[in-house]
Design a protein around this ligand. Structure first.
Ligand SMILES: Nc1nc2c(c(=O)[nH]1)N[C@H]1C(S)=C(S)[C@@H](COP(=O)(O)O)O[C@H]1N2
Ligand SMILES: [Mo]
Length: 435
């Protein structure tokens, strides 16, 4: 029996920040690419021959093809959306049965499988018959028009990668003490997809909007009657009526058969089960933009229509979903996004924000979409505080928790986007901390 020896030699020049963060260029070197040195890597291949201890699945033909295929039964338990199960939660967003969270610790890349997309509805998922559903565009337009799903499919469509994040995501981090909730519970109201649909500007053009139009008011066909006002500039820019998600018709939970998608805006504005767009010269001032989804400032005045999201990032691995079992080389990876545009840079710290290393970004980098970052990390058994900090193409820098709270106070619920910290203990145990 022979084992391949770890051939990776790390010297001082490879360190790019304190606490064991290494140069991202090491990912390009073959030593790290073959990952023989990774502490999390699988066991070295021994002398067994391929086929030894043959399993049944090689011996007999497998099952038949299906009209619509399923994922492996072995995945069902390990990759699960998290439904709230604690009635003691302190925010009403968390009390509801109409919410499910994406298992960010299990995902790779930037696309969320449709069945794992996070889900948030205010009054449940309507069972809409697409043949009985249509979207009306009316108000300050020359020709009010009605579109059903087949009409929409006849327009030129676009397919674009965008994230959706609920503005209540990470809201538990506003509280005074660090939470022991999982990565998924804290940050799982976030998903990324390829959305296909018709740009709203195409339809508004055809309806001929008045030059006095300043807002559109979008309304859903669900019992929750979600109504949101969107500035006309946004509506004429990249807002789309999405009809497909990652290639398939969007799912009932995502707004079947059609939803509004406002890239980079708080998730609430992307009205699902869309049935009406009313063109107006003023916002409607619905409950969702007055009593809710406003940002309370330290002086108890609230900001309204804070629609565009800030720059944000999170480390998804390592996280408190795992603990480090042995010393050695790890990959720190996570997601970064900006409601305004593209991610330009992500920095990672292993010493609580004293020194920072540049992470490698995985391209292509899309605007208003999740961007995956990675950095090699040598863990030699010390305690560490892992953080990531994103910077977008407009130079907006993700704030520290202190900076965010100094600016906003602690009365808010929404738009928590400060740097997030994972504390690694000498034992290898990981928990969420404030640093
Ligand atoms: N019609 C309608 N649209 C809606 C909602 C709703 O309850 N009804 N919830 C909103 C909220 S709060 C969010 S965060 C997003 C969530 O989108 P998703 O469930 O597809 O992830 O949809 C928004 N659109
Ligand atoms: Mo939301």
């Amino acid at each position: 029996m022979f084992k391949k020896k770890n051939s990776l030699v790390i010297d001082a020049a490879d360190h790019s920040a304190r606490g064991g963060l290494l140069n991202r260029r090491l990912f390009l070197s073959s030593a790290i690419a073959t990952s023989a040195a990774l502490a999390t890597t699988r066991a070295a291949y021994g002398q067994e021959m391929v086929g030894e201890g043959q399993e049944d699945w090689v011996l007999y033909p497998g099952s038949d093809a299906l009209e619509y295929s399923n994922r492996s039964r072995f995945e069902v338990a390990s990759v699960k959306r998290l439904l709230p199960n604690d009635p003691q939660e302190f925010l009403d967003l968390r009390l509801t049965k109409f919410v499910a969270r994406t298992p960010l610790d299990h995902l790779m890349g930037t696309i969320t499988p449709n069945g794992l997309h996070f889900e948030r509805s205010h009054q449940g998922i309507p069972d809409i018959d697409p043949n009985k559903h249509s979207l009306v565009i009316h108000g300050m337009v020359k020709n009010p028009l009605k579109f059903d799903i087949s009409a929409l499919e006849n327009y030129p469509t676009v397919s674009r990668n965008y994230y959706i994040e609920c503005s209540g995501n990470s809201s538990i981090l506003w509280q005074k003490t660090p939470t022991d909730q999982s990565l998924q519970e804290i940050h799982g109201l976030l998903s990324g997809s390829e959305w296909t649909g018709v740009l709203l500007s195409t339809l508004l053009d055809e309806c001929g909007i008045s030059s006095d139009a300043k807002w559109i008011i979008a309304e859903g066909a669900d019992n929750g009657m979600m109504t949101r006002s969107i500035p006309i500039d946004k509506a004429l820019d990249d807002t789309m009526i999405a009809i497909r998600q990652n290639g398939e018709r969007i799912r009932p939970s995502q707004g079947y058969p059609m939803r509004l998608l406002n890239p980079g805006f708080e998730g609430n504005t992307s009205v699902k089960w869309l049935r009406s767009i009313y063109v107006s010269d003023r916002p409607v001032m619905s409950v969702q933009e007055t009593a809710k989804y406003t940002d309370m400032m330290p002086d108890n005045k609230a900001l309204q229509f804070t629609l565009e999201q800030d720059v944000k990032s999170i480390i998804t691995r390592p996280s408190n979903a795992m603990s480090l079992k042995k010393h050695g080389l790890y990959e720190i990876t996570g997601l970064a996004w900006s409601g305004k545009g593209k991610i330009a840079r992500v920095e990672v710290s292993a010493d609580g924000g004293n020194t920072w290393a540049d992470a490698a970004l995985e391209g292509p980098i899309h605007t208003k979409m999740l961007t995956r970052f990675r950095v090699p990390w040598l863990w030699e058994g010390g305690s560490a505080i892992l953080q990531s900090r994103a910077i977008d193409e407009f130079g907006r820098i993700q704030p520290t928790r202190k900076e965010l709270i100094d600016a906003r106070g602690r009365n808010g619920i929404y738009h928590f986007h400060a740097v997030h910290s994972w504390g690694v203990a000498k034992s290898g145990k990981i928990k969420h901390v404030y640093a």
